[in-house]
Design a protein around this ligand. Sequence first.
Ligand code: LLP
Length: 415
Amino acid sequence: MHDFKYSDGELFCENVALARIAAEVGTPVYVYSRHTLTDHYHLLEDAFSGFPSLICYSIKANSNRSVITLLANEGAGADIVSGGELWRALRAGVPPEKIVYAGIGKKAGEMVSALEAGILMFNVESLTELETLNQVAGEIGKVADIALRVNPDVDPDTHPYIATGLKEAKFGINIEQALAIYERADSLPNIRIVGVHQHIGSQITSVEPFQDSLSKLKELLSALQDRGFDIRFINIGGGFGIPYHQEEVPRPSDYAEALGPILKETGCQVILEIGRMIVGNAGVLMTEVLYRKQTGDKGFLVVDAAMNDLIRPSLYGSFHELLPLTRTDAREEIMDVVGPVCESGDFLARDRAIPRLEPGDLLAVMSAGAYSFAMSSNYNSRPRAAEVMVDGSEYRVVRDRESYEDLVRGEHEWE
Ligand code: LLP
């Protein structure tokens, strides 16, 4: 479900023709639908309304201030993984008591900022991190509320780079060691245990990996409760997959139905850390065709967006649907759609059947709301794209296109 649709042969975001945005703001440009964002958030909220739950929007997916503020205004908290994300979340108006902080490499200074802000909890990923947190909290006279991020060793059946819950992953604490580390945490004066956490991977397209991991987590929880630990929160992480290519994926209500009974039995408040499912299909990247080119047997469409704007195809081989802004019945041809960056790995699509397009034509790269602008860079000294948000018949630039001056900000000459 999203708000990017053709009307009279022109692709719209809500009630705004994308071609209008391209003409007025230029390309490449990211466009987000406010309605899709709130709609996805409410689908999740409604699905999990049967038990006490908190949805922490995973800021890493799309950290534009307007996106975070919009979701915070709808009631979302935030899942953060760095001091920068903490700063962004607070600045965008997320209440600190709705912020959870994961990540395997939290630095002492970042811990101090989070403790001073009064976040809901740290998701601690190792014994050494736990001990550092205890020390840092002690030094500033605070007590840190924590969950341990437990690695349940399940296979989420997704791209290896985004599977995080397998034994060999760098994330979390091996479930066999968790009990001992909870006991250690209990003995530390500046640590208060409040929850258990898992995050098993991203773009997961079935409920089973969650069922498997939760039944393991549930065992741990019972063992903890038997020992008298007061565990109030169970954080099941994020990872709900989205359709990139018309594939069937579970809806939030399917997850709630499948996981509800086991979650209810825990008696805990449920935390979800969802990124992609909220923002992924709420955004597109618009790009203009610059050239057509043929080398040997291969046809190329050179467009003005590149791997620095959207790295997912290059990094994970991800599929993003490409839609011409103006519908055409031109015959389809098989093309590589590539950007101007000087790397053979710079492509948005390979061997893609696409209606014949000419220089000057515009394309929407679909499902580009999550891990898209957020992972962009300035490689090849390309200013990062503008970001636009649409609301009904209006739109606003919510991040300016970068200038050449932005490219050198902070650089110093040394002759
Ligand atoms: N919680 C934690 C601790 C995470 O590490 C992540 C994502 C999430 C929640 C949110 O997961 P989501 O609901 O968005 O699946 N760049 C990759 C995805 C990396 C995901 C990293 N962690 C991509 O473009 O597919």
